[in-house]
Design a protein around this ligand. Structure first.
Ligand code: GP9
Ligand code: MN
Length: 630
């Protein structure tokens, strides 16, 4: 087989011709895959074992498909520019990752002022090696010019469109399969975006930015469509009514001028309070503090797709969580009338604290949007003891105490704990707690985890008391959401000796404790009123004499409203429970099913309306509109 033969071979000619005609595409595809894969390796070694190459290649194919619409010279330019853009985005993402352990989003870029951390320390997060992402761009520039000069034949638009479609469908189908797989293994990850860097490790960097841009644009479109004046007024009237207080007001202004310390505890469910396992109290410290506090034992969590972040969102804004996904991500560009803003208006210093990476749940962006002066995240703590997702509760609470002591008074400190996080395994070696027959079970692991957190909370609360901080502070402590998922409900029912395992029984356990502590243990006692996370801010607003403008919840210390509306449309009205997924009502007193009456139907419609009011308010950024019109 001599050289001449190879040259004249038909197949070889076709191949050469193909290469000659498509070298721009082949080069672009290869370079993009190499760059994104190398970014992937930079942010997570788990990438290497994953199948992340496929979504990365699919996203590169989608980019290529668009270039096929153009005439060839423009196609080359398009690909060259796309290479530049992708490379710059990768560099930005790398720098962002080095600081926040997260990936940039459009919302974060738009609020560039929120990226203080990165911009203040560009020097420390930039790395000369990053220029490697731009190397090809310089090298290829003359080659691109040369190649463009040689292009002669132009394909008709019909052929170009067919190539575009074929390539696009190929890329999109691979992506669709990957996205379906992601939603299966991590059901809420794509919509809630709780852990974006983890999502990126599954779908690749370009896909992440495509999903993020889609989400950002669709929210902006929803935001930009103006609501009718009538609808705006309807929502405004509802809110005015909801926030009106009448008659004598219990404890109004009682906490005015005092510090406020709010502690949101990871997966603290109410059933562990005053409960024993293997003859020992599960939460001996909280049980002690329950007696010194105003304790709400019918306080429901209402989180939806945003989980922990929804609990934060409701407690600080008295707004319902987003219909899907998490408000902390979707509505991070909105204006809020949050607890921190209201206290800031009263000259409070406000700070949020959490021992995990700043970008988790978009906190770095959302705390600013909610007007916190400072956010102390992973970077602001000495990570001297890591358990599970981040800094141990022990170290977090110790260091937070020192921070609180250094704050200018009066202050609002918002603390979010972490260690008692699902799947409750990491904490096992950090404390001895004999759960007897539950050893090794899911519930047993949870009891150990929450027992550990209880010990840390006990130390923290005792220190606040002993060091005199409680004399001039009000403390609110509550659980963020369930600990035992529906899948493990049977274990919980068995632990609690429940005979029934119906929806009514399930709801009985969807409570988290709320403890309100006043100086000198004043007002201690149990309050059985039906209440929920939406009610914390209105209640604190009354205690701190803050204006109530846009709150959907109620003041738990005034009035006899016992409304609790869940994001899925289920509700409690003080007498009945409505379970939306079966359209069934239960009597709260007897636990028996009851028939729907006209009154109940009316109530159901009204509560659905309230959720829609809140959706409209968030989708159209109405707090901004209302405040501007004031
Ligand atoms: C992460 C922590 C856990 O920082 O708040 O969030 P979750 O998984 O419980 O929603
Ligand atoms: Mn949580």
């Amino acid at each position: 087989m001599n050289l001449e033969y190879i040259k004249n071979n038909k197949l070889f000619k076709v191949l050469l011709n193909f290469l000659n005609n498509n070298i721009d595409i082949i080069l672009f595809f290869t370079l993009i895959c190499i760059k994104v894969m190398s970014y992937a390796r930079n942010i997570s070694s788990s990438y290497l074992s994953g199948l992340v190459f496929f979504p990365i290649a699919a996203s590169a194919l989608i980019l290529v498909s668009f270039s096929l619409i153009f005439k060839k010279k423009s196609r080359v330019t398009f690909l060259y520019i796309a290479d530049v853009v992708v490379s710059l985005i990768l560099i930005a993402d790398l720098m962002y990752y080095r600081y926040f352990k997260d990936i940039t989003t459009l919302a974060a870029v738009k609020n560039a002022k929120l990226l203080q951390g990165v911009s203040d320390s560009v020097g420390s997060v930039a790395n000369i090696k990053d220029l490697y992402y731009l190397l090809d761009i310089f090298i290829l520039l003359p080659a691109v010019r040369f190649y463009k000069r040689r292009i002669k034949n132009i394909k008709p638009i019909s052929k170009r469109l067919v190539s575009f479609l074929a390539m696009f469908i190929l890329g999109a189908s691979v992506n669709a399969a990957i996205f379906r797989w992601v939603s299966k293994v991590q059901p809420t990850l794509l919509t809630a975006m709780s852990n974006r860097i983890y999502l990126t490790t599954m779908i690749g960097n370009i896909n992440f930015h495509m999903v993020d841009s889609y989400n950002y644009i669709s929210t902006s479109v929803k935001n930009s469509k103006k609501l009718s004046e009538d609808r705006e007024n309807e929502i405004k009237n509802f809110l005015e009514n909801n926030n009106k207080s009448t008659g004598e007001i219990n404890l109004k202004g009682e906490a005015e001028g005092k510090n406020l310390i709010v502690i949101q505890v990871e997966a603290l469910q109410n059933f562990v309070i005053n409960q024993k396992v293997n003859g020992q109290e599960i939460t001996p410290n909280l049980n002690r503090w329950v007696n010194k506090c105003m304790y709400f034992d019918n306080y429901f969590y209402q989180v939806a797709g945003g989980n922990t972040s929804d609990a934060e969102f409701m407690s600080n804004n008295s707004l319902y969580p987003a219909q899907s996904g998490s408000a902390y991500y979707t509505y991070s560009g909105n204006k809020y009338d949050s607890l921190a803003s209201a206290l800031k208006d009263k000259n409070y210093y406000t700070a949020a604290m959490h021992g995990n990476s700043e970008g988790f749940w978009n906190r770095n962006v959302m705390y600013k949007a909610q007007n916190f002066d400072d956010f102390f995240g992973e970077h602001s703590f000495n990570i001297d003891e890591k358990i599970g997702l981040g800094l141990s509760d022990k170290s977090f609470l110790n260091q937070s105490l020192e921070k609180l002591k250094s704050f200018k008074e009066p202050y609002y400190g918002f603390l979010v704990t972490l260690t008692s996080h699902f799947p409750y395994e990491a904490v096992d070696k950090y404390g001895e707690f004999d759960v007897g027959e539950y050893e090794g079970t899911f519930i047993g692991k949870y009891l150990k985890a929450i027992h550990y957190t209880d010990a840390q909370l006990g130390e923290f609360l005792d220190a606040l008391e002993q060091q005199g901080i409680m004399d001039n502070s009000v403390i609110a402590l509550y659980g963020d959401h369930f600990a035992i998922p529906k899948d493990n409900a049977e274990e919980l029912f068995k632990f609690e000796n429940e005979e029934e395992s119906d929806d009514f029984t399930w709801f009985k356990y969807q409570k988290v404790p709320l403890l309100l502590h006043f100086p000198q243990d004043e007002y201690a006692g149990v309050n059985h009123k039906y209440s929920c996370q939406m009610d914390l801010y209105p209640t604190l607003a009354n205690l701190y004499n803050l204006p109530r403008n846009y709150m959907f919840g109620k003041d738990m210390l005034n009035g006899d409203d016992e409304k609790v509306i869940f994001r899925n449309g289920s509700f409690i009205d003080g007498k009945n429970l409505y379970v939306s997924w079966t359209n069934t009502y239960y009597s709260l007193e007897s636990g028996e099913k009851i028939n729907e009456t006209e009154e109940l139907k009316e109530e159901k419609n009204q509560y659905t309306k309230e959720l829609q009011y809140c959706d409209d308010l968030l989708n159209h950024n109405l707090i901004k509109t209302f405040t501007e019109k004031k």
